[in-house]
Design a protein around this ligand. Structure first.
Ligand SMILES: Cc1cc2nc3c(=O)[nH]c(=O)nc-3n(C[C@H](O)[C@H](O)[C@H](O)COP(=O)(O)O)c2cc1C
Length: 349
């Protein structure tokens, strides 16, 4: 069975309750990990990364398996088939993946219907909707504004994916020249339509520092509430163990981990800790999660680790994170966010 077919069956089994154990955290863990970010209550900081459930097929299950929130999509206004298969490849020796899915998704109508059907079954699972522009759309701002208006009242938070590496001309959207009209149009639409849902921007890990700084400044000027860092990398690190790598596609999993953590640290510093970051990229155990929190992430997400370790990795990371916080004498996660930078400042002063 190829990786994508296995993934589709896993989602079906999860939705049917045939896989994924029900998780209950103890009170102390929850007390340390519960946070309010942008006015939204998160029971724990670990969420599902975009791309795992592009069709919003298994939404009620995510709460049951111990996740604190779910980012669904990317979704475009109309359905898209994505790139030809095979387009999802496992790099077993590296516990990593390379994919060039090309934003296959069901379009707004079916996607939001699935979320609406799931809502009554959810207790405390914030739903984040990740928006992308349609393949043939030449005016990207129009799709993001359309998406934002569609999300109003349906999503708890919105992410503008400006960094998909697998669609022609898409990764350039995070270049400041292209991002500016999109983020300005979003700011105007939020103001005019009184849209209160927080809006985050998802960026890739391969941006040069000056571009990243310009983008962060632009996000702050246009009242973007936070950043999701990071998407997949184009790089093929020299130390990958897997031979015969697919030529095209973005890399995820452990080989992306440190690059993504560094970008989180840079965003924290560039924004003086004022832009909350959802840290994603190569998290496969509690230490990886803790490193991203200390670098400046307020929330975390994962995808590839679930594909290798199964859903059990979720409570393993959440409980492990609470223990790592305790070991360092933190009584609440909020005190550990950006702790690495604060420690450096203390040493310098
Ligand atoms: C098969 C696959 C499909 C993905 N699709 C999307 C997507 O549609 N939108 C998006 O913003 N990110 C997408 N991602 C990127 C993930 O959300 C995440 O940023 C990346 O995989 C790094 O996290 P990980 O190392 O925990 O997998 C996808 C990742 C994978 C592996």
């Amino acid at each position: 069975m190829d990786a994508e077919t296995k993934h589709i069956w896993t989602l079906r089994a999860l939705n049917a309750g045939l896989t994924g154990k029900t998780v209950r955290y103890d009170r102390d863990e929850l007390a340390m990990l519960r946070q309010e970010i942008c006015g939204i209550q998160f029971m724990n900081p670990l969420g599902l990364a975009a791309g795992f459930d592009k069709y919003a097929r298994a939404v009620p299950a995510y709460e049951r398996i111990g996740l604190g929130f779910a980012e669904l999509g990317s979704v475009t206004p109309l359905p898209q088939p994505g790139n030809p298969r095979p387009r999802m490849h496992k790099l077993w020796a590296d516990q990593a993946m390379i994919n060039h899915m090309g934003l296959n998704n069901p379009g707004y109508t079916e996607f939001f219907k699935s979320i609406e059907n799931a809502r009554p079954q959810l207790k405390n699972l914030p739903i984040i909707v990740n928006l992308a522009k349609g393949k043939d759309q030449t005016d990207p701002a129009a799709d993001y504004v359309n998406g934002l208006k569609t999300c109003a009242g349906r999503a708890d938070m919105v992410v503008l994916n400006l960094s998909c590496p697998n669609v022609t001309n898409f990764k350039n959207l995070q270049d400041p020249d292209q991002a500016t009209p999109i983020l300005e149009a979003i700011a105007t639409a939020r103001h005019k339509n009184d849209i209160t849902e927080p809006v985050f921007v998802k960026i890739g890990p391969d941006l040069k520092d000056d571009h990243l700084q310009t983008l962060i400044t632009l996000c702050m000027q246009t009242c973007i509430n936070g950043i999701v860092a990071t998407n997949l990398t184009h790089h093929r690190p020299a130390n990958l163990k897997t031979k015969n790598l697919p030529e095209h596609g973005g890399l995820s999993g452990p080989p992306l981990r440190d690059q993504s953590t560094q970008v989180i640290g840079k965003i924290y510093q560039m924004s003086n800790g004022r832009l909350p970051v959802i840290g994603v990229g190569g998290i496969s155990n509690a230490q990886d999660a803790y490193d991203k929190i200390r670098a400046g992430a307020s929330l975390l997400e994962l995808y590839t680790a679930i594909a290798y370790k199964g859903f059990e990795v979720v409570p393993e990371i959440v409980v492990g994170l609470a223990n790592l916080l305790k070991n360092d004498s933190f009584t609440h996660i909020s005190a550990a966010i950006g702790a690495d930078h604060k420690a450096v400042e203390r040493l310098a002063s």
